[in-house]
Design a binder for this molecule. Structure first.
Ligand code: PMP
Length: 362
């Protein structure tokens, strides 16, 4: 049979498919420790599992509710916003894609800091829009003045990833305020708060407060990180009503399963217990960071559930040293390695590798 060659949309040749965090290799002690995707190391709460078990028999053969009334209502109550301000997706990555599809025409620009969440440039190119990457500053933080200066007539959206993936750094409320004063009102600023629950910096902005004060702010949240539901795929935007309505138009119908909706509702009801786990992860982050620094590993103080090691050309060597011990982390060639916070024994394994990481880093 002769091979048929299809014609793909222009620009797709420049798109690399999203690269997920590697599974962990098996280490010398038979363990494999996956610290490459910023997941929650803990299983879902018993109340969430119980709810899933209860609804499972009724959740598979029927389509889920597209309006997701219960979850939308619970989120509206939680944040004191209107249900009309909420748009859901199969993970916040789908909502980010919705934002790009709803707001950009081919050739329009979408700005974000770089390095930041790897999906941004992929989603932007897939939509036919143009990614504009503004380098982080020397402290691995957003350079908001440079981002404001890079806005053009074609800029439609700006993602501010706070805390930033993979560096764990945050902007301050004062910096975001100064930035908003420079952003034209017809440019939507999306504060991606995937890791907001882990942020303990006193100066950090609350995206929701900014949403209440500015007509051109949307906030992205996910149930994948602090709430530990990465495998169920549910995230949302809190956005101006016209934006949220546009997101619902471009959303993939039925993308958020009934199981995901139910688990999210049950998680919101169990927020206090989830917060206690987040506190443990924040304490573990401090322990891991201090141990790495003490061993001479460059580690950037983080407000997220991962730590960035800016080891430059040592990235591949550091990742290899971890893999030898059955630990997978996320290496960015020539830049650094991101290590997610695991449970205490997993973090112990990373701390045990600190001397080897320091040796490979140089
Ligand atoms: N935003 C940021 C900054 C992320 O790091 C991630 C996941 N790695 C997401 C959004 C998407 O997460 P999800 O689709 O699981 O909600």
């Amino acid at each position: 049979m002769s091979e048929v060659t299809q014609t793909f949309r222009p620009g797709l040749e420049r798109v690399a498919a999203y690269r997920a965090g590697k599974p962990a290799p098996v280490g010398p002690d038979g363990r494999s420790i996956k610290l490459s995707s910023n997941e929650n190391p803990y299983p879902p709460l018993p109340a969430v599992v119980a709810r899933l078990a209860e609804v499972l028999p009724h959740s598979i053969s029927r389509y889920p509710s597209i309006a997701a009334e219960e979850l939308t209502g619970a989120l509206a109550a939680r944040f004191d916003v209107a249900a009309d301000n909420i748009a859901l997706g199969a993970g916040s990555v789908e909502v980010a894609a919705q934002l790009i599809h709803a707001l950009t025409a081919p050739g329009d620009e979408v700005m974000f800091a770089w390095r930041s969440f790897e999906a941004y440039p992929i989603l932007v190119r897939v939509a036919g829009a143009v990614p504009v990457e503004v380098p982080l500053d020397a402290e691995h933080r957003h350079d908001l003045p440079a981002m404001a200066a890079a806005i053009t007539d074609r800029t439609r959206l700006v993602f501010v990833c706070n805390p930033n993936n993979p560096t764990g750094t945050v902007v301050t409320a004062a910096e975001l305020e100064a930035f908003m004063a420079l952003v034209p009102r017809d440019v939507l600023v999306v504060v991606d708060e995937a890791y907001v629950h882990f942020d303990r910096a006193a100066e950090s902005p609350s995206g929701i407060d900014f949403f209440r004060r500015f007509p051109n702010i949307a906030v992205l949240h996910t149930f994948s990180k602090a709430y530990g539901l990465a495998g169920l795929r549910v995230g949302y935007a809190i956005a101006p009503t016209d934006v949220a309505e546009a997101l619902r138009k471009v959303a993939i119908p039925f993308a958020v399963s009934r199981l995901a909706q139910e688990a999210a509702v049950a998680s919101l009801a169990a927020e206090a217990e989830l917060d206690a786990r987040v506190e443990d992860m924040v304490a573990e982050r401090a322990r891991l960071t201090a141990a790495l620094l003490a061993a001479g590993v460059p580690a950037v103080p983080s407000e997220a559930n991962f730590v960035w090691l800016p080891v430059g050309d040592g990235a591949a060597g550091v990742a290899a040293a971890l893999e030898e011990r059955g630990i997978s982390a996320r290496a960015f060639a020539g830049e650094g390695v991101r290590v997610s916070i695991g449970d205490p024994t997993e973090n112990d394994a990373v701390i045990g590798a600190a001397a080897a990481i320091a040796a490979a880093a140089t």
